[in-house]
Design a protein around this ligand. Structure first.
Ligand code: GLY
Length: 412
């Protein structure tokens, strides 16, 4: 059996490691992969177009392809695989707009009565700036398109709003993604994530989790792809689950059905718990990174059987270890802006599992940094405290020049 995994992060290595742990005879391929995926499979990073990748998948008789990274979804990778009658786990282009086109996504939420913060869409800089003339309070300014999780700027006054809009719409720091912006009412509260599997008929949630998106401690500084994560989320109690199902999950399912956005893949709900009510901030149409690294060590199901059940439209019941998981991301100093790479990493050989490789590559026998997010260290314990202590203990043995990590992951 051959499985192809698309992406180059810790998430893709986590999917691969979990598949192999459950099915040691699987043959794994990664496109483009990273230094870590190279140890557990074959990186096929030499194709310069998705068309060539599809030809490869057909020729090599790849049984299942799993899309990790959102970047390929908006390039219609799923549609291209389907055209060749290849099995692929992920949304087709139209459904991937739920993540890749924020105004499409917010309109979908509004149309189906999904609880979400109020918002306004602007294509013109001047109009967006004028909007702030009569406003008080805080807002999130978001790029309409994909920006590796970084295209969100929080503003608290007119001056900050002007600077953020200039950065996105005039200086085009996020490229074409920022040609349109969404200005969203900023809600305070507790952030949470629920990732689910959509099998075309039902949305089946995994465990709740909490992602730490900001680069700085106490949620300060720039947005990143994620600097750490814990699961299950301590605030996601029965009444929050009930509220989530009623006001977010059920109307989402109704919307997906009505709009014929059926697909087989992950659906990620980025949430805010505000005064005891759950609001949907965003959908992602793939697994999270570092949520994958946090959740898979807790999963008792055989992951290949999960994917196969989805393709066969069979029921899935998730079974989880009665443990807590805490993942801490080690990054290169400077990330999410500019950072240096090529730094020697010490301590990997004696590092205990679970851990997942992101921006690292091996040159001869030496590991060196090759990306912003470098390595994901996971602790599992009977409580969040035990899990986080274990994860931070494991970090003590890892060293590289300019290594950075948040010290407050799991502190809540
Ligand atoms: N950790 C957030 C994301 O994967 O988008």
């Amino acid at each position: 059996m051959k499985v192809l995994i698309i992406g180059n992060g810790g998430r893709e290595q986590a999917i691969g490691k979990k598949l192999l742990e459950d099915n040691p005879f699987l043959k794994l391929y990664f496109y483009p992969g990273n230094g870590g995926t190279k140890i557990i499979g074959k990186n096929i990073d030499h194709f310069h177009s998705l068309r060539k990748l599809v030809c490869f998948a057909k020729k090599e008789n790849i049984n299942i392809t799993i899309v990790g990274s959102e970047m390929f979804l908006m390039e219609k990778i799923v549609d291209m695989f389907h055209y060749q009658k290849l099995q692929i786990f992920g949304p087709h282009y139209q459904a991937s707009r739920l993540e890749g086109d924020r105004s499409f996504s917010k309109n979908f939420m509004k149309k189906y009565g999904i609880r979400t913060p109020d918002y306004h869409t602007f294509r013109c800089y001047q109009r967006a700036e004028n909007f702030f003339k009569n406003q008080k309070g805080s807002f999130a300014i978001k790029t309409n398109g994909l920006a590796y999780g970084k295209g969100v700027i929080l503003v608290h006054n007119q001056e900050e709003a002007k600077n953020a809009l200039k950065k996105i719409m005039i200086q085009k720091k996020f490229g074409k993604s920022g040609e349109t912006v969404i200005i969203e009412e900023f809600l305070t509260g507790i952030e949470a994530t629920v990732i689910s599997i959509f099998n075309g008929k039902k949305i089946i949630p995994l465990l709740s989790s909490k992602d730490y998106k900001k680069i700085g401690e106490n949620e300060t500084g720039l947005n990143t792809g994620g600097m750490g994560c814990i699961a299950p989320h301590p605030s996601f109690n029965d009444s929050i689950w009930k509220d989530f199902k009623k006001n977010i999950l059920t109307p989402t399912l109704e919307g997906l059905r009505s709009e014929k956005l059926n697909f087989l893949g992950f659906l990620y709900f980025g949430l805010m718990i505000h005064h005891g009510k759950v609001y949907l901030l965003e959908y992602n149409t793939r697994m999270g990174d570092p949520e994958a690294q946090t959740l898979f060590p807790l999963m008792n199901n055989n992951l290949l059987e999960v994917f196969n059940s989805v393709f066969l439209k069979k029921e899935i019941h998730f079974v989880w270890k009665k443990l807590h998981s805490c993942c801490i991301v080690l990054s290169s100093h400077g990330y999410p802006l500019e950072y240096e790479h090529g730094k020697v990493i010490y301590g990997i050989d004696s590092l205990k599992e679970p851990f997942y490789i992101s921006g690292m590559k091996k040159i001869k026998e030496t590991w060196i940094t090759s990306g912003g997010r470098v390595l994901n260290i996971v602790g599992l314990g009977n409580s969040i405290k035990e899990a986080r202590n274990l994860a931070y203990d494991k970090i003590k043995n890892i060293k590289f020049e300019n290594m950075y990590f948040r010290k407050d992951i799991g502190k809540i």
